[in-house]
Design a protein around this ligand. Structure first.
Ligand code: FAD
Length: 649
């Protein structure tokens, strides 16, 4: 999934989403930007949700408040919902074990038709479809439990199901579809005896449109009688596209004049996969998730009824970004599933393999790896379940936390698999099928690593997640300081804004230095109390750092991506620490043992080290040199270093 500088919310309806966007005020000074950049920023800004109606843990964190009441009492599933998830996952696990050979799927690049139709019959493609339309109506927690299980077994199949359901037609239809649209399309995803189910896809990316949708070229033109749109253009990397019966296609539609300026409109249309004029130009082949059906799709005069618009003309980007809000939560669950597999492999192989007179896991370097895998798996799980529960509760704004969960779990998950591969060494690099052929246990770490890599790219790359987080984290400051930050604001307005700002920041800034973190102890957290204390104090330090950076760089801050990245990574680590400590307390109580606390303690120590490194890098002096070298590379200053090898491609 592409661009991510946009809105998110638990499960908005069109009207609530409209309300959250009602008072969109541009707070960023676009006047100094190039025409292209300004156009891109305008599109991204117009797709943002501007209101914060429910509390956001992360937003408060960036403003200096560690609001532990929002993370304490880690949520748990009610018994009835848990029983539904238990039964479904048990059935799914049995089915997968008996019927789906993930290694074979990887090698043949094919998910067997029979498996797909069996999964349809089980309702796997309708987990998110509300019950009144024949679906399973799962909560986000149960959906993610099933996705975690599926991803731990076969990543390609997990992506097939997720692309269909987390971002494909069911999710935007649920959020933004009309009653007629829901009645027409939902049943096609549900188990129906004797009928083949419909797989759906989401098509936004184009050859020239990746993270930035403002240059979208695929166009939908309304026919003169207003009854149809006619689509022309190309969509790249459309997962499920080649086999989809239904697609959500993002198209450029007639521009709108906003404040005297023409603004691009992006509209989401539901398109039948068998419509005349749709061509699968190429099935793409990737390093991992090799069995997914992902294609370059061409649309030539594809006629779509006007009533197939989702939400409303011009709302397409907002719809895509809002869909991603909960859609993005599947990925953390999938990554956690893989991390849990790694933990099992690490435990078994760490004890079994003997070198230099000891099991490899008993050497200190082995223990370090096992510590990393175990403690970070707990953190990934904590972040996954906390955000999933919050998505179900609808009582918190999760736009920041969903992005953090995606970024954290995909980045850490990648490291967990890499560490596991290192522990397996030669056997980690060898394919599972090859291990099996020579009689060894076929741990598929090589495939897991290949499959895992995509998670740092799809549904918003890590860089884009950081930019998205930075924009949202800065929002309270930007709103307060909007008039001051803009270069062309009249002096009178600047003076009023300055006075307002001074009033707020005098008290706020003092509080970032002198606050409860100086005396509060969090003794109720047991061995984790020190981490809660660190969290509280570091939230203030983070807020101070953001404030100092804003003062220092002013409107140039938007271009200081590396510095912003460090700040956002600090916020994300703090969120993960809070989630992990709270989760560990709950698990320790339930299990009547202290092992979750031990793991949480270890994770928080590792996380603290990373946070301190980020703070050090904030004030590091290598930014200038880094920029100079990067610029020099583009200018060809160091091309001499490329000599002596074959040119790629
Ligand atoms: C296997 C696979 C499945 C996919 N499935 C779908 C799908 O179902 N539907 C769909 O629509 N799309 C899909 N995509 C597309 C995917 O969402 C995009 O690859 C992703 O959005 C990034 O776009 P890009 O690859 O064009 O990278 P680009 O946008 O070209 O970015 C290249 C690099 O530059 C960085 N970058 C970009 N902009 C900035 C910036 N402003 N500041 C700093 N750094 C920046 C990026 O982080 C990245 O590192 C899929 C892609 C793959 C590989």
């Amino acid at each position: 999934m592409p661009t991510d500088l946009g809105p998110t919310s638990p499960t908005p309806s069109p009207s609530s989403a409209d309300a959250r966007n009602a008072d969109a005020v541009p707070v960023i000074d676009l006047s100094k930007m190039s025409v292209d950049k300004r156009a891109a920023m305008e599109v991204a800004e117009s797709a943002r949700e501007v209101q914060w109606t429910e509390p956001s843990f992360a937003q408060q964190l960036f403003m200096g408040t560690f609001n532990r009441t929002l993370v304490d009492s880690f949520p748990r599933q009610n018994a009835a919902d848990q029983a539904i998830g238990d039964a479904f996952c048990a059935k799914l696990a049995d089915y997968l074990t008996a019927n789906l050979d993930a290694e074979e799927v990887d090698q043949s690049r094919t998910i067997p038709e029979q498996v797909i139709s069996d999964l349809f019959a089980m309702g796997v493609f309708a987990m998110k479809v509300p019950k009144q339309y024949g679906g399973l109506g799962f909560t986000q927690v149960n959906y993610n439990r099933a996705m975690m299980l599926l991803a731990s077994h076969c990543a390609s199949t997990a992506v097939l199901v997720s692309a269909h359901q987390s971002i494909g037609v069911p999710q935007p239809l649920k959020l933004f579809g009309t009653e007629e649209q829901k009645q027409k399309y939902f049943p096609r995803f549900c188990p129906q005896p004797g009928k083949k189910g419909t797989i759906s896809a989401f098509a936004l990316t184009e050859p020239s449109v990746g993270s930035d949708p403002s240059k979208m070229a695929t166009e939908a033109v309304l026919t003169p009688d207003g009854t149809h749109y006619v689509i022309n253009g190309e969509k790249l990397w459309c997962t499920n596209g080649p086999i989809a019966g239904l697609l959500v296609v993002m198209c450029k539609t007639a521009p709108k004049i906003v404040a005297g300026v023409e603004r691009a409109q992006i509209t989401a249309l539901i398109v039948e996969g068998n419509s005349p004029g749709i061509e699968v130009v190429h099935r793409c082949d990737f390093m991992g998730i090799r069995a997914i059906q992902n294609g370059l799709m061409r649309f030539h005069d594809v006629k779509v009824p006007a009533e197939n618009v989702l939400w409303a003309p011009g709302k397409g980007l907002k719809l895509a970004l809002t869909t991603l809000n909960t859609g993005r939560l599947t990925l953390p669950a999938a990554c956690t599933g893989v991390a849990k597999q790694c933990l099992r492999i690490g435990r078994e192989w760490g004890a079994e393999r003997q070198q230099w007179g000891l099991p490899i896991g008993a050497h200190e370097a082995g223990r370090e790896k096992l510590n990393f895998i175990a403690s970070h798996t707990l953190a990934m799980e904590a972040v996954t379940w906390l955000t999933s529960h919050w998505a179900d509760d609808h009582a918190k704004d999760i736009r920041l936390e969903a992005a953090m969960a995606k970024m954290f779990c995909s980045e850490i998950g990648w490291q967990v698999v890499d560490v596991t591969l290192q522990l397996r060494a030669g056997r980690g690099y060898e394919k599972g099928s090859s291990l099996k052929a020579r009689g060894e246990k076929a741990y598929p770490v090589e495939r897991m690593l290949r499959d895992m890599r995509i998670n740092r790219i799809i549904e918003g790359t890590t860089d884009i997640m950081r930019l998205f987080l930075a924009r949202e984290a800065m929002d309270p400051h930007l709103k307060l300081a909007a008039d001051l930050l803009k270069k062309h604001t009249p002096v009178g307005t600047k003076l009023t804004a300055g006075a307002k700002l001074a009033g707020f920041y005098t008290g706020w800034y003092a509080k970032q230095w002198f606050n409860a973190s100086l005396w509060e102890r969090h003794d109720d957290m047991g061995i984790l109390s020190g981490h809660y204390h660190y969290l509280q104090a570091t939230a203030h330090r983070l807020a101070r750092s953001i404030f100092h950076a804003m003062g220092l760089y002013q409107e140039r801050l938007e271009r200081k991506q590396v510095l912003l990245g460090h700040l956002m990574d600090i916020g994300t680590e703090l969120f993960a620490m809070a989630a992990t400590c709270s989760y560990a307390i709950r698990l320790a109580g339930e299990r009547h043992d202290t092992t979750p606390m031990t793991l949480a303690d270890s994770f928080c120590r590792e996380s603290t080290k990373r946070i301190e490194n980020h703070f050090r890098d904030l004030s590091g002096s290598d930014g200038k040199l880094m920029n100079q070298v990067g610029k020099g590379v583009l200018a060809g200053d160091f091309a001499w270093l490329e000599g002596g090898v074959q040119a790629p491609g």
